[in-house]
Design a protein around this ligand. Structure first.
Ligand code: TTP
Ligand code: MG
Length: 349
């Protein structure tokens, strides 16, 4: 098997770095980007000088100013961030067509087929980005996506870190479980109570034990905690849909019960869409339902706005198809196929 080489690239304090670049008098000072204090604003991010005061993304501005009264809070300028993001993507696309953007400032690149050494490539990409945008990036280089993402955080800001195949075992044994995808602070706390704090602690448990404790997610954990992740890098333009789903431990048996599950799924979907920067490409939305007898149905509609009410309408329609309990609900969007539309435009010319 050909050894995979994945680079995860993450711009350093992206929005804040752009504000400092465009206003050099801010250099060296604690700077954040977000809503104003008197309008109950929240910060999107802040630079590393501000992080020394314990300021973080999603913190209310008034709270950040309590921690650091001389914090400079700049208003958000999304058009500028989008423009810079497009410039960076253009640089990434020069190296491989296998680029999967995760958000405006993050992407995976699959450089397995590239002649160059992946470490040197990551360095070159970071240099090019800096030359063209005066913004710094960090990178992680590893045989899979999960490890590359973890690695890009290690020498942040303006650094990179490589995890080689033969280093995975030792690296994973020491890695705190909190660093795994899908494990937030709350789950980490739960695991700590079970005596599990590193991935090495997880590795001591069998597949069956993990399944009994955590359901299907336990099976994923079994692989993740060993540093195994087979997901491919999915180029953005080839992605046809984005969706989520939730399986319930006890079947839902009424329409209100099902409706009550939709807002959380909706929030999650909107968040994922924002991260993928895909809001402008949505062609249709859908709701999927799996009934108690394991049959599935999908209700899809083009032209509806991406609003909670639209999904509720589709849900009610789907539930009307069968008078059975519901095991699973999911929401999704389908994208326009931009590759084929641009190809046909070229033909017209
Ligand atoms: P991140 O890459 O999470 O953060 P960052 O680039 O600011 O900092 P780091 O150096 O740790 O990578 O997010 C990228 C941008 O997304 C960030 O600049 C602002 C925006 N963002 C939000 O709007 N809200 C949020 O809660 C987060 C985490 C980020
Ligand atoms: Mg970043």
């Amino acid at each position: 098997m050909v050894q995979r080489a994945i680079i995860h690239l993450d711009m350093d304090c992206f929005y804040a770095a752009i504000e400092v670049r465009d206003k050099p008098s801010l250099a060296g000072k604690p700077v954040a980007v977000g809503g104003a204090r008197d309008r109950r604003g929240v910060l999107t991010t802040c630079n590393y000088e501000a992080r020394k005061y314990g300021i973080r993304s999603a913190m209310p501005t008034f709270k950040a100013l309590q921690r650091c009264p001389h914090l400079i809070v700049m208003p958000t300028r999304f058009e500028v961030y989008r423009r810079e993001s497009a410039r960076i993507r253009e640089i990434l696309n020069r190296f491989t067509p296998l680029v999967e953007p995760l958000s405006l400032d993050e992407a995976f690149l699959d450089v397995s087929a590239h002649d160059g050494d992946p470490e040197a490539l990551a360095y070159l990409i970071r240099q090019l980005i800096f030359q063209q945008t005066q913004l710094t990036a960090s990178a992680g280089i590893a045989p899979n996506k999960m490890l590359a993402k973890i690695a890009s955080d290690i020498n942040k800001p303006n650094g990179q870190f490589t995890i080689r195949e033969e280093e995975i075992g030792a690296f994973m044994r020491e890695l705190p479980v909190r660093k795994l995808w899908g494990i937030g602070a709350k789950s980490a706390e739960k695991f700590a109570k079970l005596g599990i704090s590193t991935c090495g602690d997880f590795q001591k448990h069998s597949r069956i034990e993990l399944y009994e404790w955590f359901g299907k997610f336990g099976l994923e954990l079994y692989s993740l905690c060993r540093g195994i992740d087979r997901r491919e890098v999915e180029p953005y333009r080839e992605r046809k849909s984005l969706s989520n789903e939730r399986t319930f431990t006890v079947d839902l048996t009424s329409i209100p019960q099902c409706e009550a599950r939709i807002p959380d799924l909706f929030e999650e979907l909107v968040g994922d869409l924002k991260k993928a920067d895909g809001e402008d490409r949505v062609k249709a939305i859908f709701v999927k339902i799996r009934f108690a007898d394991f049959t599935r149905t999908t209700v899809e509609r083009a032209g509806l706005p991406i609003k909670l009410e639209s999904f509720l309408t589709l849900l009610r329609e789907g539930l009307g198809r069968k008078a059975l309990g519901v095991r699973l609900l999911g929401l999704g969007v389908r994208f326009r196929d931009e590759t084929s539309s641009s190809a046909s435009q070229m033909e017209l010319w």
